[in-house]
Design a protein around this ligand. Sequence first.
Ligand code: PGA
Length: 254
Amino acid sequence: MRKPILAANWKMNMNSAELSAFIGQFIPLVANAEAVDIVIAPPFTLLDRLTQQIAGTAIQAAGQNVNPEENGAFTGEIAPGMLADMGCTYAIVGHSERRALYAESDEFVARKAAALLDHHICPIVCVGETLEQRDAGRALEVVETQIRESLAQVPSDQADQIVVAYEPVWAIGTGRTATPENAQQVHEHIRKRLAAKFGEAGNRIRIQYGGSVKPETVYDLMSQPDIDGALVGGASLDPEAFARIVHFQSQRIQ
Ligand code: PGA
């Protein structure tokens, strides 16, 4: 059984007052959500405050990015050991916004994932095709290449310590969610590739869906056999909406 993982990606949003207001509302709403992993990835500036405010709860903190180097002359970057020092147990790598806006390659993403594993931080490795690639019938091929290249440095004995997030670029922040069936088709393909690469451990890797996930859509997505979680941007900025996503099982629309 794969434990569902619901993760908030706050991107470049929220300040300290907004964080405190969010956490104050959110903690009681998810107090009994023990069967799932709950992760929040705030901007780096809020990580310290976040980990203090979630201490004693089951909520976990994540970085939104990381640099694969240990330390050194990399102005503006954050090292894996620094995330560990902040109490992070997860970090997002290879988000499509970083791939598109900051030209991050699969090779760079692969180094980040390996560096995080060295620090016992679980990488959430994002993959996903653009609309152009989907319309050209290349979605599976694009995702397969990203999986192969971005996970190239993950040792087999650590494979079940990673999370993969399938986020079709055309569904991010657009209000367009992939249909559960479309998403499942890609998740199933990813699952097969993971199993081919890592054997039995591939079946234990959790695969999240991301792209305009809302309380209204999360149940049907999570009902698919190979969708094990959600990576949520916009809707995760609202504590009530993200709590409903965490309680995805009770969000079934009658
Ligand atoms: P969205 O973002 O939920 O706002 O579409 C998801 C993501 O980019 O991780």
